[in-house]
Design a protein around this ligand. Structure first.
Ligand code: ZN
Ligand code: ZN
Length: 225
């Protein structure tokens, strides 16, 4: 049997104990005791592409002169989908914070006064808003406060149950501002995944109706189609 140095032996034991007590493995490389390693998460951030939220094309966009820019860091596909699912549904608060730090470290600090996460739907039973945690991670890097001021208007049905076509045509007032926020301020919107862009446009609409301007937005992932 190979002689292990005491440090190797102990770290082997602590990994084994971690696995028994907390049987998690990195979804990317299989390392024990974590949902995803920091380096594996970084490897999923394959891009930092700025696009037009209205059409998905390049930004600035000739077709949407008043369009909003969004930066996405990955495509919603492959193992990244599993990581996003774990982040949303499997107590993945730590993954969301790591994503936020990684995203903010990859692009210049936006010219904004605060970060605003896209809200969890009112009917959601989830314990935490992953977009809020991503914003908090980014806030640590940029030194920019987070204001959780948006909410879904009562009566809109759960986003997950909506058909893609419905999401694309969300009414402009599907999201509203929870309380008065400093009019004239500039905000930067944050969400985990962008599919049709309808939710992000509704969030922007809520901010602008409250007298704020939107400097842009970012998401961890955009849908691959
Ligand atoms: Zn890993
Ligand atoms: Zn466009």
């Amino acid at each position: 049997m190979k002689n292990l140095r005491p440090g190797e032996f102990l770290s082997g034991i602590s990994r084994a104990v971690a696995h028994i007590v907390w049987p998690r493995v990195c979804l990317v490389c299989g390392a024990l005791g974590v949902d995803v390693c920091a380096s594996c998460l970084a490897s999923l951030a394959e891009m930092s592409t700025r696009f037009c939220v209205s059409c998905g094309g390049a930004f600035p966009c000739a077709a949407h002169a008043d369009g909003m820019s969004c930066v996405a860091f990955s495509l919603y596909r492959g193992v990244n989908r599993d990581v996003i699912h774990a982040m949303k549904y499997s107590n993945g608060r730590r993954i969301a914070l790591m994503m936020g730090r990684l995203m903010a470290g990859s692009i210049p600090r936006p010219d904004a006064d605060f970060l605003v996460p896209v809200p969890l739907h009112g009917g959601s039973e989830r314990e935490y808003n992953q977009a809020g945690l991503i914003a908090r991670g980014a806030s640590e890097v940029w030194g920019m406060p987070v204001r959780d001021v948006l909410m879904w208007r009562a009566g809109s049905t759960s986003q997950a149950r909506k058909k893609k076509a419905l999401l694309r045509n969300l009414p402009d007032d599907a999201i509203i501002a929870r309380r008065s926020v400093s009019s004239g301020a500039r905000v930067f919107l944050v969400d985990d995944v962008l599919t049709t862009g309808g939710t992000m446009r509704a969030a922007r609409g809520a901010m602008e109706r409250s007298g704020l301007s939107v400097a842009g937005s970012m998401v961890w992932s955009k849908s691959a189609s």
